[in-house]
Design a protein around this ligand. Structure first.
Ligand code: SF4
Ligand code: ZN
Length: 281
């Protein structure tokens, strides 16, 4: 990757931030950092652009993989002088994510990432709010987003993606910290090249629990497409989502309540995390 390409990627990220008004200069920003290339790169760029960032890493206790991720995160944060917060799932939930998942999956047919994703979102929102953050930043990229858009379409349920976008969520509530995705339009391959070129401390291997065969198949399909096609999928999906949001803005689905168990924002009486945990034994 040449210096010109590096600048080009940076400019496109800046453009997304400006176009979708993702950040204000004084926002207190929490980057959800996993140790992978995407979240590390966006932390690196936001720091470079001069935003007030700190990082939040969730220790899921996934064996040696977690250790490698944690080492990478610590190295990045100390090299770049980014304050780091670590949330230990074992300390807070009493067990590792694998144990939690196994308990839930013994009663419910839910995929690994669906469980982990719900739990992580819940943790991020609560922890970011405790840290008085204005925004949570995640590292989702163009490939992730085009896969998700197609998966929702294949399932015949575009509504599943109603919260998607560079600003994710349709919720506006004092207990909800907005989540933003500045890498929304950046292809995975470019992120990899940038991270390698800048020698960022990153774990490139995939999470050992990412076993969702449907996503793997969709990824294989998306990998056959060029970046222009991925961009078309994501942009057209955004247009559909915007229209859907407009249509349902007065429906029950877009109303926010507080979970009766944990008091976090929820769309029903009980939030997704608590309904999963009800099946944990
Ligand atoms: Fe969790 Fe899936 Fe991400 Fe692994 S890949 S950390 S299981 S959401
Ligand atoms: Zn709850």
């Amino acid at each position: 990757m040449t210096k010109m390409n590096l600048n080009n990627l940076e400019n496109r990220v800046r453009k997304t931030i400006a176009k979708y008004r993702l950040l204000k200069k004084n926002d207190k920003v929490i980057v959800a950092i996993s140790g992978g290339k995407d979240s590390t790169l966006i932390a690196f760029l936001l720091k470079k652009f001069g935003y007030r960032i700190s990082a939040l890493h969730i220790n899921l206790h996934l064996g040696p993989y977690t250790k490698r991720c944690m080492d990478a995160v610590k190295k990045f944060c100390s090299e770049n002088r980014v304050p780091l917060h670590i949330y230990d799932i074992r300390k807070n939930f009493g067990c590792s994510i694998c144990y939690l998942r196994a308990g839930i999956q013994s009663r419910l047919k839910v995929k690994n990432c669906a469980i982990c994703g719900v739990i992580k979102k819940w943790i991020l929102n609560r922890r970011a709010r405790e840290l008085k953050a204005d925004k949570i930043v995640t590292g989702h990229n163009l490939d992730d987003e085009s896969q998700t858009a197609l998966m929702n379409l294949f399932k015949g349920n575009v509504l599943l993606g109603i919260t998607t976008g560079p600003v994710s969520g349709i919720i506006q509530d004092k207990k909800f910290v907005p989540r933003i995705k500045p890498l929304f339009f950046i292809p995975e391959e470019e992120i990899k090249q940038y991270a390698r070129k800048m020698n960022l401390p990153v774990v490139y291997e995939k999470c050992p629990c990412a076993l969702d065969s449907y996503r793997i198949k969709t990824r294989e399909f998306v990998n056959l497409l060029g970046n222009k096609d991925k961009l078309r999928i994501v942009k057209n999906n955004l247009k559909i989502i915007e229209r859907l949001r407009e249509k349902i803005k007065n429906d029950k689905v877009s109303k926010i309540a507080y979970c009766k168990i944990c008091e976090e924002p929820a769309r029903g009486e009980i939030c997704k995390r608590c309904s999963l945990l009800k099946n944990f034994s």
